[in-house]
Design a protein around this ligand. Structure first.
Ligand SMILES: Cc1cc2nc3c(=O)[nH]c(=O)nc-3n(C[C@H](O)[C@H](O)[C@H](O)COP(=O)(O)OP(=O)(O)OC[C@H]3O[C@@H](n4cnc5c(N)ncnc54)[C@H](O)[C@@H]3O)c2cc1C
Length: 460
């Protein structure tokens, strides 16, 4: 049976586009997001028609298919078993159309986020999503996870910028919803069902994104605060004083900042570690003289109101990039650790993380809690440093992280999704009825449970 389906798949996509054996186990996950790749084969279709034929065949053979974008997700969403087939969209990565007048970009789902950003930039426009994994993650991946990132405070989540989508269902049906209008209430907006569904309902093959006007100015500052209340007050000040231009408000606890800037000299760090919290504040606008003055006025106000212990405004592109590098360089933080991504009110985030800082090392020896995140979007990342990652220890840590969210009515996933890693905890954030509808949708669209089974909800 297994040879049979591989032979048939080769007939659809060509011999060279079905890869087996050592080349499968040699697959390297960027940022070591997954342990190792186990699969019967990698299949690389080059068109929607090929994806459709591949899915129809796999459905007929009850063959499990795991979609791969850039495999940068942090929730084991691309975990595979030995008998699975990986479907990679790598060869469907063309920019099909960049309509400068309509401010839209249509592309294949395999295009990397960075390539989409560069294409928009070349046309004098701006791609409204940005995340640290931009060089590897793909449009299909950011759509399937409804990725957030560092510009959400201004442009919203990925969902807010997707106008149109083409999806191939588990049985090979092609669902084309390539809308390009801001307004289109012609019946149900079916694309919304697939955005953020982590590849369990369909394969995203093509996307139309809404682009933004390219900002002409960028102001970036690195600020230090001695209490979390002052971080929250700084956020409110920035929201009030920069209502149209505030683009980024990233918070880093000292535990993060210290790890990111060490060893000394690895990155250019304009402020020494040691303050309780650091903030990366960013504004982007279109009036050079006014924007710089408005940004400086925010800092003056923050200093006058004694909200900061220190602060520096970047004066050049180089200095702006240096400050962003501190926040983007998460590798020393997320390596050797178990990582969480939760949502709660910004004002509650300080107390929540403080509880974890005390409770986790007290109950699970040999751990340290590191906090950072997109505070302007109610989103905190908690990275628990732990060399010994036995499943009992991870479960003990997970229990504390998620149970401590309950008093705040927090969400177990802000932007990373559920994958396998958070599935058991979904009832903390979703009602029984919501989970039941998720299962029913999965069973309706994929009755043989072949598409990324076991991720998000168990529909078996
Ligand atoms: C350094 C770093 C920084 C990050 N920062 C952020 C951040 O700020 N915000 C954020 O939201 N995330 C962040 N992430 C997580 C990750 O980058 C995002 O989840 C991203 O959207 C995943 O895109 P991908 O192409 O790598 O998708 P993958 O990891 O390949 O896939 C994600 C899920 O979608 C499915 N899938 C992939 N492609 C398709 C497709 N075409 N059709 C259907 N299903 C598909 C997969 O099966 C999987 O379940 C970060 C990750 C790293 C490593």
């Amino acid at each position: 049976m297994s040879d049979d389906i591989l032979t048939k798949l080769k007939r659809v996509v060509g011999d060279g586009r079905v890869v087996t054996g050592e080349r499968v186990s040699a697959y390297e996950f960027p940022w070591a997001t997954h342990d190792r790749c186990l699969a019967k084969a990698f299949v690389y279709p080059a068109s929607t028609e090929e994806v459709s034929k591949v899915m129809a065949l796999c459905n007929e053979h009850r063959q499990v298919v795991v979609p791969f974008g850039g495999t940068t997700n942090l929730v084991q969403g691309c975990a595979t078993a030995e008998d699975d087939i990986v479907l990679s969209l790598k060869h469907m990565a063309d920019v099909e159309e960049l309509d400068s007048a309509a401010q839209t970009l249509s592309a294949g789902a395999g295009l990397t986020l960075q390539a989409a950003q560069e294409a928009a930039n070349k046309a004098g426009l701006y791609f409204p999503v940005d995340i640290g994994a931009r060089s590897s993650c793909t449009l299909g991946g950011i759509v399937s996870t409804n990725a957030g990132g560092t510009k959400v405070i201004r442009y919203g989540m990925t969902r807010d910028s997707v106008l149109g989508l083409e999806v191939v269902l588990a049985d090979g049906t092609v669902l084309t919803s390539m809308n390009r209008f801001i307004k289109n209430n012609s019946g149900f907006d079916l694309k919304q069902m697939f955005i953020g569904s982590e590849g369990v309902l369909g394969i995203v093959t093509r996307v139309i994104f809404r682009l933004a006007v390219k900002p002409q100015t960028q102001q970036v500052a690195l600020l230090a605060c001695d209490s979390f209340d002052k971080v929250v007050a700084t956020l409110h000040t920035a929201q009030q004083m920069l209502p149209a231009t505030l683009t980024g408000f990233e918070v880093m606890w000292n535990s993060f900042y210290r790890l990111a800037v060490q060893p000394k000299g690895r990155l250019t760090a304009p402020l020494e570690p040691g303050a309780a919290h650091y903030i990366l504040l960013e504004a982007m606008g279109s009036e050079p003289e006014h924007d710089a003055a408005a940004f400086e006025a925010v800092l003056e106000s923050l200093l006058t109101n004694e909200l900061l212990t220190d602060g520096v405004i970047a004066k050049s592109d180089r200095e702006r990039a240096d400050i962003w590098a501190i926040r983007d360089e998460v590798e020393p933080v997320i390596g050797n650790s178990h990582n969480f991504d939760v949502s709660l009110k910004s004002a509650d985030a300080g107390a929540y993380v403080a509880t974890l800082v005390n409770k986790i090392p007290a109950e699970v020896a040999g751990t340290e809690v590191v906090g950072f995140g997109h505070l302007g979007d109610n989103n905190v990342h908690v990275s628990v440093q732990m060399k010994d990652q036995s499943s009992e220890r991870i479960q003990a840590v997970e229990k504390i992280v998620y149970e401590q969210l309950l008093p705040y009515d927090g969400a177990i996933s802000a932007e990373h999704g559920i994958g396998i890693e958070k599935r058991a905890y979904l009832p903390i954030s979703r009602t029984v009825e919501e989970i039941d509808i998720m299962r029913r949708l999965k069973r309706m669209l994929d009755p043989n449970n072949i598409l990324n089974p076991g991720k998000v909800v168990d529909a078996s």
